[in-house]
Design a protein around this ligand. Structure first.
Ligand SMILES: *Cc1c(COP(=O)(O)O)cnc(C)c1O
Length: 399
């Protein structure tokens, strides 16, 4: 049964949404769903946020695209605001997460090339990582299920077990261009990395001359209650990939770097036709207007704590379905005992959207604008779904 002319590479639900309002999504036949998936951590300010709609509409009437052959004042302004808020001095705008990671990887390699070290191209990453679906980033992620059937794995990528400092030290050497890591693994199952481990990474990079790349594509732009997740740790990278929440649904990404590292990408070395176009820059600036406003991130922290606490209660009362809560801010995950696919389907039945991840974890990634009342509503629905899964388990046992 393949009536659609679309490629069959996605396993889609049968829901079809017509519009959104804040944290709610509404189907064409009027059913309302509480969106705790945010289109996989993308709709940071929910759906149809008035400030973003206005910014996009205003820009749409003026100028859509001009290419990077000309000045981009809104891009320069957005870059300045991002660098003011981070370790970085320079920003390259792109269109997606994978493209932001590719830029970071290319920049790291070219940095060493420029220092007469052309063989220094190895990128070290961690098991369970996800860095995107391009040929380069599937090699970086190193997961067999994403590499299978796509020809030889791109050379220069090696992995070590997550959190294993000894394995890392054995792997890193004069051939290592960079170490890349997600401060919290997203697709891998909301697996947090020890702050201590990130500090050890920074030290190892400083000792060996390797660059440190943070993949904050999922963790960034306020998701954990800081602008970027690594800002909880006191450890700064040399390069950072950002995407997902930065456009709150408008496709865009960015690669951030220190001045010294960014200078490796001199004119002609790298580029993108669409990256940083006026529509994206208008939306990106509007997103920052909201997220960088006084008190916004503190609110995310508060709501994150409250949500996590409530989820802990839920987990305790449903041990047949859940095992433990993980995550920081509004990047939360529940490790399930029951199959996560069954739970996500039951949640959908209860009118709430969540996202499955690796390690049998369900991700709870609501818009950062979710209210305490909506969090309470989410809990009711998540509870209903847990009860439904328990009933199904009982029926299964009775057979
Ligand atoms: C989603 C994601 C990517 C890939 O982003 P795309 O926009 O799908 O290319 C890379 N890294 C992490 C950590 C992600 O969550």
């Amino acid at each position: 049964m393949s009536a659609s002319a679309l490629f069959g590479n996605y396993a889609r639900s049968n829901l079809s949404f017509d519009h959104g309002e804040g944290v709610w999504l509404v189907t064409s036949d009027g059913r309302r769903f509480l969106d705790c998936g945010s289109g996989i951590a993308v709709n940071s300010l929910g759906h149809a946020h008035p400030h973003l709609v206005q910014a996009l509409q205003d820009q749409a009437a003026k100028l859509w695209h001009i290419s990077n052959l000309h000045q981009m004042p809104d891009g320069a302004r957005l870059a300045q605001r991002l660098t003011d808020a981070t370790f970085a001095d320079k920003v390259l705008f792109v269109n997606s997460g994978a493209e932001a990671m590719e830029a970071a990887i290319k920049c790291a390699r070219r940095y060493h090339y420029d220092r007469n070290d052309p063989d220094r191209y190895q990128i070290v990453t961690f098991e369970g990582a996800f860095h995107g679906r391009t040929l380069g980033t599937i090699a970086a992620g190193g997961q067999a299920k994403y590499l299978e059937g796509f020809g030889p794995k791109a050379p220069g990528f090696d992995q070590v077990p997550s959190g294993d400092l000894d394995a890392l030290k054995a792997m890193v050497g004069p051939q290592t261009a960079a170490i890349a890591i997600e401060p919290i693994q997203g697709e891998g199952g909301i697996r947090e990395v020890d702050y201590e481990f990130l500090r050890a990474l920074r030290k190892l990079c400083d000792e060996t001359g390797a660059l440190l790349i943070f993949d904050e594509i999922q963790t960034g732009v306020g998701r954990t209650g800081k602008m970027f997740a690594h800002q909880w740790t006191g450890v700064d990278p040399d390069l950072m990939a950002v995407a997902k929440g930065i456009g709150s649904g408008f496709p865009m990404g960015a690669c951030l770097a220190t001045e010294e590292v960014a200078s490796a990408l001199a004119p002609g070395t790298h580029g993108t036709t669409f990256g940083g176009n006026p529509l994206a820059m208008a939306v990106g600036n509007a997103v920052l207007d909201v997220i960088l406003a006084d008190g916004f991130l503190e609110e995310v922290q508060k709501k994150g704590l409250s949500f996590k606490q409530k989820l802990s209660g839920l987990v305790d009362s449903h041990p047949k379905v859940f095992e433990a809560v993980r995550g920081n801010g509004l990047m939360l995950g529940i490790k399930c005992t029951a199959p996560v696919g069954d739970y996500v389907a039951a949640a959908r039945e209860a009118g709430i959207l969540a996202v499955p991840a690796g390690d049998n974890v369900v991700r709870i990634l609501p818009p950062l604008t979710i209210s305490e009342d909506e969090i309470a509503d989410a809990l009711d629905r998540l509870e209903q779904a847990a009860v439904a899964v328990e009933e199904k388990l009982l029926e299964g046992a009775a057979e």
